[in-house]
Design a protein around this ligand. Structure first.
Ligand SMILES: C[S@@+](CC[C@H](N)C(=O)[O-])C[C@H]1O[C@@H](n2cnc3c(N)ncnc32)[C@H](O)[C@@H]1O
Length: 197
């Protein structure tokens, strides 16, 4: 689901960009890469993380987002960088062949997707064996998320159940390499790195 204007302003702010970049750098420390690693970032937004990966690693980087405005911002900002491309696409129906990527990243995206189980299925499908799923998300307090489901998704205030995410991935042969759930003001920050067996 696309973001509302207010959330978009926040996500595109310098503060938010620095925050996600710091998290991405930390979580990328858990994975092994080589010169041919293919990265996919779902819900890449303004492309801050995708651009960092392109500058830091040698492989290819693809960023997808459901919101054409965010894809446009990412493209404008990055101009023509070899090995980096942005596409408008939906995470629940990724336009890629099975086993196309070594790393899939998702920051603040799963809580926007009502059928996040389908998004996970797609991530599992496009990852190669031995590949990594790197994830960060916001967990809102129950009082906020207890509004009706579609309102929660329209306002970007839904929450994924991290235990369900863990079990879903475990059932699909993933090993958890790192996971943490920490309170930050009224929300909790969830971060995890999984490896596909
Ligand atoms: C909170 S923003 C996070 C953006 C970026 N990952 C960051 O951390 O700055 C969530 C992003 O997910 C995108 N999004 C929401 N639902 C999506 C879907 N089904 N498929 C792809 N992108 C989606 C939104 O358009 C938005 O850019």
């Amino acid at each position: 689901m696309k973001m509302l204007k207010l959330e978009k302003l926040l996500v595109n702010s310098r503060w938010s960009r620095n925050r996600v970049l710091k998290l991405a750098k930390k979580l990328l420390g858990y994975i092994e890469t080589d010169d041919e690693t293919d990265f996919l970032e779902i819900g890449c937004g303004n492309g801050e993380v995708a651009k960092y990966i392109t500058r830091t690693y040698r492989g290819s980087v693809t960023g997808i987002d459901i919101d054409p405005e965010q894809v446009e911002i990412a493209r404008d900002k990055d101009g023509d960088i070899p090995n980096l491309k942005y596409l408008e696409a939906d995470s629940i129906n990724l336009p890629f062949e099975n086993g196309s990527f070594d790393v899939v990243l998702s920051f603040g995206v799963l809580h926007h997707i009502e059928d996040w189980q389908q998004a996970l299925k797609e991530i599992i499908r496009v990852l190669r064996h031995g590949g990594y799923f790197v994830c960060g998300d916001i967990i809102y307090p129950e009082g906020i998320t207890k509004m009706d489901n579609s309102s929660a998704y329209s306002f970007g205030l839904a929450t994924v159940d991290v235990d369900e995410v863990d079990s879903f991935l475990e059932e699909n042969g993933f090993e958890m390499l790192h996971s943490s759930l920490e309170r930050s003001f009224v929300v909790k920050d969830y971060e995890a790195v999984y490896r596909k067996g």
